[in-house]
Write a protein that binds this ligand. Structure first.
Ligand code: MG
Length: 299
């Protein structure tokens, strides 16, 4: 890991090599921290996911959480539990996936740990980000009358996963979002001062919208006809699929929200209401939108 941790950011005053890393936030900024645990068999399968994809996905999850706060990533910490018989090549390719993504977002690998795992690969990734003081976008800021938006398209990764569950061999192409999800860092930065609340869609639109409603103490109405369902994906995939790593956010009704931010489509999908219920309508019929995420790799 030490050899890999090049390209140090200014905020990382001291990286790998001592007992602790030393982080130094810039004046007027505060740091946000997220941690994600990825477990073989639960979050990925070695027979389905190439090591490079696993490394990418582990870090992308954390970067997506940083984006969801309207923050920018600074440093990552990686702890690995590796089975003794795991080929070194697998580890190298995992690191390639991890570090290629880190480099693209100028994230310094500033620490980590490796230990032997009795069974399966375990990767714990912590990402530290920075945001101007008091400007982090929270889940709790949505108000009745706000408009709900989502970046990109929904359901693509879930439809890929379904195909693999059905026994299809899916090639892990770089543009296949299930294998190489794209954290929406650039989009998120542009939403500071615009979005009233935000979350990244990791568990599925229905679950993550419910989180915003819960934290903001509001309800929501989703317009089914407006949902940006990915090609080859079903409405179910888009509503409950998860692992989209798109941004779900709200803005005041009179706020200017471009239809495209940093090259990514932004779609209005509904509105925030008083009360606590989350519903979906096709403008003829309205029903409850039950929070039902994809149960990762459940047998
Ligand atoms: Mg999240």
């Amino acid at each position: 890991l030490r050899r890999q941790a090049r390209g140090k950011r200014r905020e990382v005053a001291l990286g790998i090599g001592d007992d602790c890393a030393v982080l130094r936030p810039r004046a007027g900024e505060e740091m946000v921290v997220t941690t994600d645990l990825s477990i073989e068999g639960t979050h990925f399968r070695r027979e389905w996911h190439p090591a490079e994809s696993v490394g990418h996905r582990c870090l992308a999850r954390g970067l997506s959480d940083i984006a969801a706060m309207g923050a920018g990533p600074v440093a990552a910490f990686l702890s690995l539990g590796l089975p003794q018989k795991l080929p070194q090549r697998w580890v190298n390719e995992f690191l390639l996936g991890f570090l290629t993504l880190a480099k693209r977002f100028e994230v310094t690998l500033a620490g980590g740990d490796i230990a032997e795992s009795r069974e399966g690969v375990v990767a714990d990734v912590m990402v530290v980000g920075a945001v101007p003081r008091g400007k982090a976008i929270l889940r709790s800021g949505a108000r009745a009358g706000d408009v709900i938006y989502v970046s990109g398209s929904l359901g693509g990764p879930a439809s890929t996963l379904k195909r693999m569950f059905a026994g299809e061999k899916v090639r892990a192409k770089k543009n296949e979002r299930h294998f190489f999800p794209e954290p929406r860092i650039a989009v998120a930065q542009k939403l500071r001062g615009v979005a009233t609340s935000m979350i990244d869609i990791s568990d599925g639109l229905s679950v993550d919208l419910a989180h915003i409603c819960e934290e903001s103490k509001v309800g929501a109405m989703v317009n089914e006809l407006l949902l940006p369902v990915a090609r080859n994906a079903s409405l179910e995939d888009a509503l409950h699929g998860g692992e989209d790593y798109e941004l779900l956010f709200t803005a005041r009704e009179n706020a200017h929200v471009p239809v495209e931010i940093a090259g990514v489509a932004v779609t209005e999908i509904g509105w925030i209401e008083r009360g606590g219920s989350v519903r979906i309508t096709d403008l003829k019929k309205t029903r409850a939108l039950k929070a039902r995420g994809w149960e990762h790799f459940v047998r």
